[in-house]
Design a protein around this ligand. Structure first.
Ligand code: ZN
Length: 243
């Protein structure tokens, strides 16, 4: 019989789509093409291994539900952490989870330092660069999605690039201060890290699946690592063409 505690249910995906007519990255891509430089990945593309797992994309390209929306692998995913409400050891959880999602996707992340911005709504500006992904801690009073047994929420924001397809340009993760206590982080660091990792997988483009072996199962029942479907989906999201 399932026993549900506050830690057994993690996260709902929060994905917003913003489609803008213009973004500076389009301009840079045009400049790169004009001077004959192809865009280059900071990190090599991962190997896609089909191991019979289950995965699902958070968003697919309009008109083609087999083509996922992901980040441009030739650009670093910039992020900032809001330290307000951070438990002891909280930053180390984020650092380790970022390293693991980067390994699984071949996507490069760039820590732009602390911020006092809140994770949602974040995102796309009409002019200038999109905001970085914001990671922070909060109460359900501020983010009602954290009510009941949800320990975290993560998602990304997409916009239309120069080639006409959507790609993610910003996002956010909110972690529940009621779940991420000093004691929980000290006593169950692997479980708490897995919650951050699950939210990061939402940010890079995975949705929930109905397979308890996968980390993208909505209810965490002790899964602390990626399952075979998680790994295949993350590798595919990290292997999209640049631009
Ligand atoms: Zn989730």
């Amino acid at each position: 019989m399932p026993r549900r505690t506050w830690m057994t249910v993690i996260a709902t995906v929060a994905v917003m789509v913003a489609i803008l007519a213009f973004h500076p990255s389009d301009q840079f891509a045009t400049v790169r093409r004009a001077i004959g430089l192809g865009a280059q990945r900071p990190l090599p593309a991962p190997t896609v291994v089909r191991a019979g797992g289950t995965f699902s994309y958070a968003m697919t390209q309009p008109g083609d539900d087999s083509e996922p929306v992901g980040w441009d692998p030739c650009e670093e995913i910039r992020y900032r952490v809001n330290p307000s409400g951070e438990p002891q050891g909280g930053r180390a959880l984020i650092d380790r989870a970022i390293a693991r999602i980067s390994d699984a996707t071949g996507l490069a992340f760039e820590d732009e330092g602390d911020t006092d911005k809140r994770p949602f709504p974040g995102g796309v500006k009409l002019f200038g660069r999109a905001d970085p992904v914001i990671i922070g801690w909060a109460e359900a009073a501020e983010y009602p999605d954290l009510a009941d047994q949800v320990a975290g929420v993560g998602g990304a924001i997409a916009e239309r690039g120069g080639g006409g397809s959507l790609h993610f340009v910003s996002g956010g993760i909110v972690l529940d201060v009621e779940a991420f206590t000093d004691a929980a982080v000290a006593q169950q660091p692997r479980v708490m890290e897995a919650i951050v990792l699950h939210e990061l997988a939402h940010v890079v483009g995975l949705a929930h699946v109905n397979e308890p072996m996968e980390l993208m199962f909505a209810d965490n029942s002790g899964q602390v690592g990626f399952g075979p479907g998680d790994l295949e989906g993350l590798a595919r999201l990290g292997s999209l063409p640049c631009g």
